[in-house]
Design a protein around this ligand. Structure first.
Ligand SMILES: [Cu+2]
Length: 281
């Protein structure tokens, strides 16, 4: 799965032309779906936005403008795992686009799927786990400092199902340096590192407007293979996300008033669930 933003002529709409695929979140909505980390929460904001609760749907994919692809065989080497859509599922989206130009632009959110036709026989299912420094809220965290380094952490999550960890990737905002997942008793098991201005598309040309940064996050590294220290999710394991920012290293996004914009610390982890394994809280 991969999200993008493009113009009607098929050209990428990105920061170099003032267009941001700021956020999208894709939900699978339907009977039997339970969000792994917010499913027990009666009032969960991201789910309320799509007219649902944490039960009856799950956040299955998300992307910021860095547009990290979630490609299971590449992440894990596994070719027999995939997300099984159910006949009763509907997809729902939260979409937040940004246009820095002073005129309207028409752009399209794109979703690219690699899919296996048929009933998925021989494929194990997979389940997403959403870690968030503002869990079950809007994912936005007020920047605790206007300069220098700080860390924002998510409330620890106690695993409520079991399976094999396929991989995980983080999402941060400008100023972000890296984001870690740790498991109690083991320590850091995933370190997703931000890189900036990886291509010309990720460098803003405009000057003198609200956004002071010029090179923006273009990539978050993916925890897969050797970069993923825990491959087994067990019930009772305690997982914690920590997002490390440093405005001295990389400029943050500024609001019109010159103050740092809200930051994020998110990671999605995919877990292979074999038939017969316990599924959900
Ligand atoms: Cu974000």
């Amino acid at each position: 799965m991969n999200a993008g933003l493009e113009y009607a002529n098929g050209k990428n709409a990105n920061i170099d032309s003032g267009m941001w695929m700021h956020h999208m979140v894709m939900f699978a909505v339907g009977p039997g779906r339970v969000d792994a980390t917010c499913g027990n929460n009666k009032a969960s904001l991201p789910h309320m936005l799509i007219g649902s609760g944490g039960v009856g749907n799950e956040r299955m994919f998300s992307s910021g403008n860095e547009r990290t692809p979630a490609l299971v065989p590449q992440w894990s080497g596994l070719t027999n795992v995939g997300y099984h859509p159910k006949a009763t599922d509907k997809l729902a989206f939260i979409v937040d686009l940004m246009n820095e130009n002073m005129e309207d632009k028409i752009a399209y959110l794109t979703m690219t799927f690699d899919y296996v036709p048929g009933d998925g026989a021989g494929f194990d299912d997979m389940r997403p786990v959403w870690f968030d420094a503002a869990q079950c809220s809007t994912s936005e965290v007020k920047a605790p400092k206007q300069s220098g380094a700080f860390m924002v952490a998510a409330k620890a999550w106690t695993a409520n199902f079991e399976g094999e960890v396929v991989g995980s990737a983080g999402h941060m905002h400008d100023g972000g340096d890296h984001l870690t997942l740790d498991v109690s008793g083991t320590g850091v098991v995933c370190d997703s590192v931000a890189s900036y201005g990886g291509s010309a598309e990720y460098t803003s040309k405009a000057m003198g407007h609200a956004h002071s940064a010029t090179a923006h996050i273009s990539k978050m590294s993916i925890c897969m293979g050797n970069a993923l220290k825990v491959k087994q999710l067990n019930k009772g394991q305690v997982w914690t996300l920590k997002a490390y920012y440093d405005y001295n290293k990389n400029k943050g996004m500024l609001h019109g008033d010159g103050k740092q914009a809200t930051v994020m610390g998110i990671a999605i982890m995919y877990v292979r669930v074999r038939a017969g394994q316990t599924f959900g809280p």
